[in-house]
Design a protein around this ligand. Structure first.
Ligand code: C2E
Ligand code: CA
Ligand code: CA
Length: 730
């Protein structure tokens, strides 16, 4: 299960579940409480119902008494023609006044003399129908009368009675028998003369409805056993003998349920609020936890990745390198594994001059272009400020070489950022496992040495580790101190001059000063090696100055149009460089107009402010500028538009191929015609064959320089040549 999902389950779903359970428990409790309240209330209602219904029985006897315990009644019932009186006091009247359903008056021999039933006076014979039901009770009453029994102690009755619950003609009823007795006691009543009043109150009629209303027992009614409603509340009235049960039922009032019903909207609101609250709180906690997890994942990612370029970082590189080297030595992986160590050229300057934002953009862009060029199974890393590494498995040396070239080409296009165009290059050092070692650190060190070598060889190149490099590096420190010493004493240093000819080869137009160093022990050391060392060791300013001064002295008398002297970008970037040049000119009396300074095009992008100021100042004095090695970098005329210069020196690499490669020839032709269109002079370097010379001449190149026409030579030798050759008129 994925992590966020299980976290979601544990945080949100679990919280909701717990809340649902808690709310359900609460609901169950509320329902239980309501039920028990209801049960309790129904019990109470049952008591009330029983009491109210029993009251009908006691009331019946009591009501009878209002007319049966009375001297008048004794006399009037015994009189002849008594029907009206009886009806007015014991029959219709009782029906009207007390709602008694049936009344009968029996004489001393239990013969009916009056009957009232079904809302009207009936013939006394109507009593026949009640005879069987009443008989046992009548017997009891007579027995009690004979025994002279007094009314029940504590009852409100003043005369005895016999009452009971009974079914009469299938109808549930209360039966009450009362003797008609003298209330004053003045009348003598022998047992055989005592009349009896029989009252029947049906319990399935109106009276029950009234009792129900009076005691708030909804729909209270008699209910035959077969029709019992299980949902209704009920109570039974039992006959004294226990053989008759009259059941009543009503719709019970359920206060608990009602309370619950009235509370339910509020409860629902509370419950949903709690649910929503839980959801919010738990999902917030889920999100927080998720964020923490993501953060820790992010931290892990950050720990292994460079945040700027998104490439894995140095520690990731070391781990991957270790793993792959191990796999290689365990033969889990076939083929070689190339370690590429890359360093951006002049990145520091881009950062210094354009600012860090542009610098960052350059790094990001390089990472992007690098990723585009690398094969799928290779991986790239950012291992330092402007240092990158790549691990390339299973490639032949040739393939790695062409890959390096593609990487170098990829960054040849300038990086545009913040409205600036930044030109950087990349130098690459390569070591290959297992050929150069089977230990990550050893391989990395060798790639680093190769990188250093590439830098020293002039940047924008790659070199594959060779054992001689190790020596070179070790020698470097010695070379540096020896060069310092040579500069101090001027011993071993010299300047040679390579003539530059008009394209017809007949005239010497100028000469380029090239420094030479004869090392006391090592012999001649190439400027290609010691110039970069001088640049790094801050010796170039002194060395450059020394060459300039020497050249000016040597060339002052030569009949050439211009003396060309190389200037390192490090010199050009130094404040006051132009002034030091002027100082040399005035010291040697060399005319400014005859001095041409050669600088490489790539320097200008870096040397913007100070470099441009220097160039302006030099121009102002009439010193001309030549762009050296033109075409090697990512040079375009457009790129150089801010710089005022006078000449381009087409790089040897183009000249070399000019007779073989149509493409190169086309490029050279375009360079020359564009330069001319802009009023610039052109010099072709490294002309070694007559064919090259002829092509260049056909293209209209102004000036040719190369071994074919003249090698770099000591000043004395050039002096001789100049004396014998036709030289340009000054
Ligand atoms: P560069 O300025 O491009 O100088 C031309 C290089 O090409 C010189 O190498 C020269 O000897 C060589 N060359 C000339 N004609 C031919 C040819 O026909 N075929 C071939 N294969 N090579 C030819 P060098 O003298 O070894 O100088 C190497 C680089 O050292 C120069 O390249 C320049 O960048 C630098 N350098 C030399 N002297 C100075 C100096 O006084 N100051 C500074 N800053 N740099 C210097
Ligand atoms: Ca040069
Ligand atoms: Ca050159």
């Amino acid at each position: 299960m994925n992590q966020p999902f299980s976290l979601f389950l544990s945080r949100v779903v679990a919280s909701l579940l717990v809340m649902v359970l808690a709310l359900s428990a609460m609901g169950v409790f509320l329902i239980w409480a309501a039920r028990s309240v209801d049960r309790e209330d129904i019990r109470r209602q049952r008591e009330i119902a029983g009491y109210a219904l029993r009251e009908i029985r006691s009331n019946l006897a009591h009501n009878q008494e209002s007319s049966t315990f009375w001297d008048d009644a004794v006399e009037k019932t015994a009189a002849v023609d008594n029907q009206d009186w009886i009806d007015g006091n014991l029959g219709s009247w009782m029906h009207t006044f007390f709602g008694i359903d049936e009344s009968y008056v029996l004489d001393g021999q239990d013969r009916p003399i009056y009957a009232f039933a079904e809302d009207q006076t009936q013939s006394p014979s109507f009593y026949e129908a009640r005879l069987d039901a009443v008989r046992p009770y009548l017997k009891t009453l007579r027995t009690k009368l004979a025994a002279g029994e007094a009314p029940v102690e504590g009852s409100q009755e003043q005369s005895i009675s016999v009452t009971d619950y009974i079914y009469i003609a299938g109808r549930p009823s209360v039966l009450s028998l009362k003797p008609i007795l003298s209330d004053s006691g003045r009348l003598d009543q022998p047992l055989s003369t005592i009349y009896v009043h029989v009252a029947i109150q049906h319990l399935d009629g109106d009276i029950i409805h009234r009792v129900g209303q009076a005691h708030v027992l909804q729909d209270l009614k008699f209910i035959p056993k077969a029709e019992r409603d299980p949902g209704a509340a009920s109570v039974a009235l039992m006959s004294d003998a226990g053989d008759v049960a009259i059941e009543f039922e009503w719709t019970p009032f359920k206060p608990g349920r009602r309370l619950l019903a009235s509370l339910s909207p509020v409860l629902a609101l509370v419950a949903s609020t709690l649910m929503v609250g839980t959801l919010l709180v738990s999902s917030a906690s889920y999100r927080r936890k998720l964020d923490r997890i993501k953060n820790s994942e992010h931290i892990r990612y950050l720990a292994s990745h460079d945040s700027l370029t998104g490439l894995p970082n140095r520690s990731a590189y070391e781990k991957a390198a270790d793993d792959q080297v191990t796999a290689l030595s365990l033969r889990q992986q076939s083929g070689p594994l190339a370690f590429l160590y890359m360093d951006l050229d002049r990145f520091k300057q881009v950062n210094d001059i354009f600012g860090h934002q542009v610098g960052d953009a350059v790094l990001v862009e390089f990472a992007r272009r690098l990723a585009e060029v690398l094969p799928a199974n290779a991986s790239a890393y950012r291992v330092g400020g402007d240092e990158f590494a790549a691990l390339i498995p299973n490639r032949t040396t040739r393939e790695v070489e062409s890959l390096c070239t593609r990487i170098i080409d990829s960054i040849a296009e300038p990086v545009e950022a913040e409205g600036r165009r930044a030109f950087v290059g990349v130098s690459i050092g390569v070591a290959v496992a297992p050929h150069h070692g089977t230990d990550r650190q050893e391989l990395h060190r060798k790639a680093d040495v190769a990188l250093y070598h590439a830098k020293m060889a002039g940047r924008r190149r790659f070199s594959i580790f060779g054992t001689q490099m190790d020596d070179a590096i070790q020698n470097r420190a010695a070379i540096e101190s020896d060069l310092r010493e040579a500069l101090r004493t001027a011993k071993g240093l010299s300047v040679v001059y390579q003539p530059k000819f008009a394209s017809d080869g007949s005239r010497v137009l100028g000469a380029e000063a090239l420094v030479r160093w004869q090392h006391p022990q090592r012999g001649a050391i190439s400027p290609g090696i010691f110039i970069p060392i001088a640049e790094e060791a801050s010796l170039i300013a002194d060395l450059g100055l020394w060459v300039l001064e020497t050249a000016c002295r040597d060339a002052i008398a030569w009949p050439i149009a211009h003396l060309a002297v190389n200037v390192s970008p490090v010199q050009l970037r130094a404040t006051g460089f132009a002034e030091t040049v002027f100082a040399v000119l005035s010291k040697t009396n060399f005319p400014a107009a005859r001095l041409e300074l050669e600088m490489t095009e790539t320097d200008f992008a870096d040397s913007e402010e100070i470099g441009l100021q220097n160039i302006k100042a030099l121009n102002a004095k009439g010193i001309t500028i030549a762009i050296d090695d033109f075409g090697t970098g990512s040079s375009t005329f457009e790129r150089l538009r801010d710089i005022s210069f006078d000449r381009i020196k087409i790089d040897q690499s183009f000249v070399k191929n000019i007779t073989e490669s149509k493409g190169d020839a086309e490029i050279v032709r375009a360079m020359i015609s564009m330069a001319h269109a802009k009023g610039l002079k052109t010099t072709a370097e490294g002309v070694e064959t007559p064919e090259q010379r002829d092509v260049l001449r056909a293209f209209g190149c102004d000036e040719l320089q190369g071994y074919l026409l003249g090698r770099p030579m000591p000043p004395t030798q050039l002096s001789k040549i100049l004396r014998t050759t036709v030289v340009a008129t000054l």
